[in-house]
Design a protein around this ligand. Structure first.
Ligand code: SAH
Ligand code: SF4
Length: 437
């Protein structure tokens, strides 16, 4: 989400001021920090980096400093109090106003704090990106109404709001016309998406997926993040029926224990989650599933944690975003008494990640010898003679090939595994050989 917001900040400044991203903080006109407050560690980094930026501004007072994102949203004026050299504080919903604030600050040097939530105002003011890659994010909704007991998002990003369907389709068509092949639909709970249309009907997430899938140039569609509680049968069938949705799903579970899930206010049980997976795998047997986990929630006992390990075995997750629980100010879970010490929590996290890494390695090894459709995204970091892209199940595959393949889907025979990724050999079809001859 922040990656998307950062790219939009860059687009806006390029559009308004012909600004360019710089790799030297010292010689920049403006330093912008897009912050995250999902865990304490991310929040701590903000003030340590601001301290470094202060030294640059002491040497060059023309540098302007702006702080955006969720820490800005949560702290507001407090940022200026603690770091009085900051010029502009803006939230995730006011990033489109940044040019206005920069102009104002240039005129009168007054510090500006604006962390309001605007209703969908932002999307009407975002210019099209000029930095086009084969895959692109597309935000379909803002905020969250779920209020899981551990999470700060509903307080920092505001209430759940779906972007009008026409605005989404316009952006999808525009991305397609500029060579984008894969769209990743973004939102905190994309499957809660609902947009009213003039006929009086409303469009839900499944329908939106079907609309986007009709854009010929878009070969793949992904989404981040869906919530188990809004996973209905229609969405299950849509995932099974639409080949463009590929063979990978990210579906956060957080814990495998019903007691912890209830304390987290997630609204589903492990049995319910397993039923979704079972139905999906019935229709798409090769579907790979990744997930988010929180380890060491204050009420998590050893037995609860064992249930998380158990569900990892049952589902066979092949990747995770997993972290030790971090108490966030203002959330209901932050006042729960916590009996698990940090060492034990870190040990649980290590065990969980080892298990998922092992699953991931097994899945990679099973792919050796298979033929995969790889959407080429980049020149490989390891060798300029190789390119890299993702298979339908989201695994990275490297193979010998030229830069000109970026943006195309190539058939690749997987030959071996290298740590977390795969290596392969591109298949040259007979027609292409004739064309070259
Ligand atoms: N809306 C998504 C998740 C968004 S936040 C969902 O509900 O699935 C991304 C991830 O950060 C969460 O899935 C969770 O695993 C993690 N997270 C959120 N708050 C956290 C906290 N207080 N401590 C540790 N991890 C947290
Ligand atoms: Fe946070 Fe829960 Fe909303 Fe996800 S669904 S953003 S975890 S409150």
């Amino acid at each position: 989400m922040n990656e998307y917001d950062s790219s939009k900040i860059m687009d806006i400044l390029r559009d308004e001021f012909e600004a360019e991203a710089s790799d030297s903080a010292q010689y920049s006109d403006i330093l912008i920090m897009n912050t995250c407050s999902i865990r304490e560690k991310a929040q701590e980094k903000v003030f340590s980096l601001l301290g470094q930026w202060k030294k640059l501004k002491d040497k060059n007072p023309n540098i302007r400093i702006a702080v955006g994102g969720c820490v800005a949203s949560q702290e507001g004026e407090a940022i200026i109090k603690r770091a009085p050299y900051v010029d502009i504080v803006f939230g995730p919903q006011t990033l489109h106003k940044l040019p206005e604030y920069i102009r104002e600050n240039k005129l009168n040097s007054k510090q500006i704090v604006d962390i309001h939530f605007f209703k969908n105002d932002k999307f009407d003011h975002l210019p099209a990106s000029t930095d086009v890659k084969p895959t692109a994010f597309l935000s379909i909704m803002e905020g969250c109404n779920k209020f899981c007991s551990f999470c700060v998002v509903p307080y920092t990003r505001g209430e759940e709001l779906s972007r009008p369907v026409q605005s989404i389709l316009d952006e999808a068509l525009s991305l397609a016309s500029r060579g984008v092949k894969e769209i990743n639909l973004l939102g905190q709970n994309v499957n809660a998406y609902r947009s009213d249309v003039s006929s009086g009907k409303s469009i839900d997430f499944s329908f939106l997926l079907r609309l986007i899938a009709r854009i010929d140039e878009i070969e793949r569609i992904r989404f981040t993040t869906s919530h188990p509680i809004d996973f209905n049968l229609d969405l299950i069938n849509t995932i099974i029926e639409l080949p463009k949705l590929g063979e990978h799903l990210h579906l956060p579970i957080q814990s495998g224990s019903n007691k912890v899930l209830s304390d987290m206010k997630r609204g589903y049980s492990r049995e319910y989650y397993l039923r979704i997976v079972e139905r999906l795998k019935k229709g798409k047997p090769n579907l790979s599933i990744s997930s988010d986990f929180i380890v060491g929630f204050p009420t998590e006992s050893t037995n609860d944690f064992d249930q998380t390990l158990d569900i990892i075995d049952q589902v066979g997750f092949d990747q995770s975003f997993s972290f030790v629980y971090s108490p966030r100010p203002g959330t209901p879970a932050s006042i729960l008494s916590d009996s698990v010490d940090l060492e034990e929590k870190s040990d649980r996290l290590r065990r969980l990640q080892e298990k998922i890494n092992l699953n991931s390695r097994l899945i990679s090894e099973e792919m050796v010898g298979s033929r995969q459709k790889v959407l080429v995204e980049n020149v490989s970091k390891r060798s300029s003679a190789e390119v890299t892209g993702r298979a339908l199940n989201n695994k990275w595959v490297n193979f010998l090939g030229s830069k000109s393949l970026i943006g195309s889907v190539v058939d690749v025979d997987v030959t071996n595994t290298v740590s977390n990724s795969l290596r392969g050999r591109a298949i040259v079809h007979p027609t292409e050989v004739i064309a070259v001859a």
